[in-house]
Design a protein around this ligand. Structure first.
Ligand code: FAD
Ligand code: DHB
Length: 390
């Protein structure tokens, strides 16, 4: 088999890049380890920046998102029994975010790939990028009993944090930056009306909580839990009891609960690998960097990588100019680090860090009180939350 760009990973990064390249006439093949149903079964991101939405439209898959996605003009921060609204629209130049689930967006991308006749190979096993330092890289993989070789001009690793692509980079040519946290997020999806029309991020002495949503009838809730906890430790009853304790009374009192239709624990991690390119292998999205989910930046940062990379590949194939490809890593990382900073900051602002002492606790309270009192601080939060330009 031969193609121009071989893409490893059929999550949002890989599919969006594939669709954008196809629209510009650049041939590509996506290799995905799991079935489509499996990929669509993962409940993850919910908040999209405008830049992401713009890319979905450019990829000709934005219609349903525009119809069904909810524009959010602000969100709430709950602390000490009170709610404080961050007016995203008012604090930025009219910017907002879109609440539209990663599952829906991935479904739209798969449908877009089908409509254009794109090639997405599912259940591709033992995928391995090869000869990435040469002009003729290729990918080998297995599908059932068949061993297949895919020759390409470039390989893009969009295979998430646990993928194979990053492992292919020679250890002595890369630098890794990492912070791990001693807690995770336990997430629950329920078929119930959301407790609030806007997201509520809650700081509480028992730990962080988040009230989010997918639609008028679908709620997504998270609570901070120790990393040692598993979903089996948390019945629905225990989950909602704990969630209620972490929210202001006026919120808890109106919360409608129901049986969970999904429940999972996500560990929190900050991670970046530099550079995001070696030879003819490029990395994009979670394959190259991870943020704790607090600022809703993971998927949105994947989108900016895809933007820079697709633009660079268009410059190469259509204008014969390799300048953007050569600067891809540098450009992408500049924005990646800003998302790292913001996600770390918002995590530090709202979570309970059991290992830290009274001094850190006071600093956290002071940061929140500063945020309540300063329009400049609120504008900085809003500017980052709606997404820095790319
Ligand atoms: P992935 O979604 O991980 O996709 C990688 C794909 O590669 C997968 O389909 C995988 O099966 C495949 N793959 C892996 N290994 C191989 C292999 N060897 N061969 C072939 N295929 C392979 N982000 C936001 O922006 N906003 C939010 O509100 C938000 N909320 C979140 C909430 C939670 C609880 C979590 C866990 C994450 C959240 N994120 C959020 C982050 C977001 O979900 C990720 O950043 C996003 O999924 C990254 O997309 P990706 O395509 O780069 O990687
Ligand atoms: C959701 C996830 C996030 O990480 C976040 O900051 C906001 C919302 C969600 O899954 O809805």
């Amino acid at each position: 088999m031969r193609t121009q760009v071989g893409i490893i990973g059929g999550g949002p990064s890989g599919l969006l890049l594939s669709q954008l390249l196809h629209v510009r006439g650049i041939d590509n093949v996506v290799l995905e380890k799991h079935s489509r149903e499996h990929v669509l079964g993962r409940i993850r991101a919910g908040v999209l920046e405008r830049g992401f939405a713009r890319l979905m439209r450019e990829a000709q898959v934005g219609d349903r998102m525009d119809r069904e996605g909810q524009v959010h003009e602000g969100f709430q921060i709950a602390c000490n029994g009170t709610l404080d609204r961050i007016d995203l629209k008012g604090l930025t130049r009219g910017d907002t975010v879109l609440v539209y689930g990663q599952t829906e967006l991935t479904r739209d991308l798969y449908e877009g790939r089908d409509a254009l006749g794109g090639t997405v190979i599912h259940r591709a096993e033992e995928v391995e990028p090869r000869d990435i330092e040469t002009q003729a890289p290729y990918i080998t993989f297995r599908r059932g009993c068949e061993a297949i070789r895919l020759d390409c001009d470039y390989i893009v690793g969009c295979d998430g944090f646990h993928g194979v692509s990053r492992q292919t980079l020679p250890k002595h040519r890369v630098r890794e930056f990492e912070r791990v946290y001693s807690f995770g997020w336990l997430g629950v999806l329920t078929q119930t009306p959301p407790v609030s029309s806007e997201l509520i991020y809650a700081r509480h002495e028992r730990g962080f909580a988040l009230c989010s949503l997918r639609s008028a009838a679908l709620s997504r809730y998270y609570i901070q839990v120790p990393l040692t906890d598993s979903v089996d430790d948390w019945t629905d009853e225990r989950f909602f009891e704990e969630l209620r304790r972490r929210l202001p009374d006026q919120v808890s009192a109106t919360m409608v609960t129901g049986p969970s239709i999904e429940k999972s624990v996500a560990p929190l991690r900050s991670y970046v690998v530099e550079p995001m390119r070696h030879g003819r292998l490029f990395l994009a999205g979670d394959a190259a960097h991870i943020v704790p989910p607090t600022g809703a930046k993971g998927l949105n940062t994947a989108a900016s990588d895809v933007h820079y990379l697709h633009e660079a590949l268009v410059h190469h194939y259509i204008h014969g100019d390799d300048g953007c490809l050569d600067h891809y890593s540098e450009r992408a990382l500049a924005r990646v680090w800003k998302a790292q900073r913001f996600s770390w900051w918002m995590t530090a602002l709202l979570h309970r860090f059991p290992e830290r002492g009274d001094y850190d606790q006071r600093l956290q309270e002071t940061e929140l009180s500063y945020l309540r009192s300063s329009d400049v601080a609120r504008a900085s939060l809003a500017e980052n939350y709606v997404g820095l330009p790319f």
